[in-house]
Design a protein around this ligand. Sequence first.
Ligand code: HEC
Length: 203
Amino acid sequence: MKRLNLIKIAAVAVFVLAVAGFGFLFAQRSETQTRRPEPTPEKTLADAREVAGYKNWTKVNDKPQYMASKVAVMCASPTQSQLDRDAKDPHKDKFINVYVNDTGKTEMLTKKSPQFPAGTVIVKEKLPAADSTTPELLTVMIKRDKGFNPEVGDWEFMTVDGTGTKITARGQLENCRECHLDYSKTDFVTRVYLPADVQSKLK
Ligand code: HEC
């Protein structure tokens, strides 16, 4: 009799462990399935090589440019949760600085209808206030080779944390494309922050 009880207990224990085990495996699986596909495997610290040293590039605007809050939110973040967070933020008006590397400098500052060469990198800092020296985050456009993202000038879109080291999203990000499609005449780059004297000399 006693022995039978033991066997029963053991059987129940095995059953419970098996169920728990399957549950665990299943949870793991569905987590990997729901995770967004990463366009590139690298997403670690100091991986944002493309923006390294951007503060030494050509700053395009003369003083930090005010941007409307809606654009500040949309032109910053690839995720809905950030949108929700910013929508609740009472201090959501932002300032920006824009930098361009040497490869894209001439097109950016002198051409009426720029066609940026591959290798151009444009970095936009989003600042919490006009006098802040530490950005909240960076949005980046990197000109890739022909065919990378044909609908929108083969630009790669990228978001990077404020330290300029950690990539938070990158690729042919659809939500970035939406607005930038409106600027097809200027190779999908807005240039709304160009100083008036630069603007007037574009050829
Ligand atoms: C709501 C429309 C909108 C969306 C969505 C948007 N942008 Fe922008 N973007 C703008 C506007 C407008 C500017 C001009 C500067 C400003 O007002 O911030 C701009 C400027 C930029 C610039 C500076 C170069 C330029 O085009 O003048 C970069 C880089 C940039 N955006 C990257 C991104 C990235 C990366 C995303 C996706 C995470 C994104 N944008 C999504 C509207 C948008």
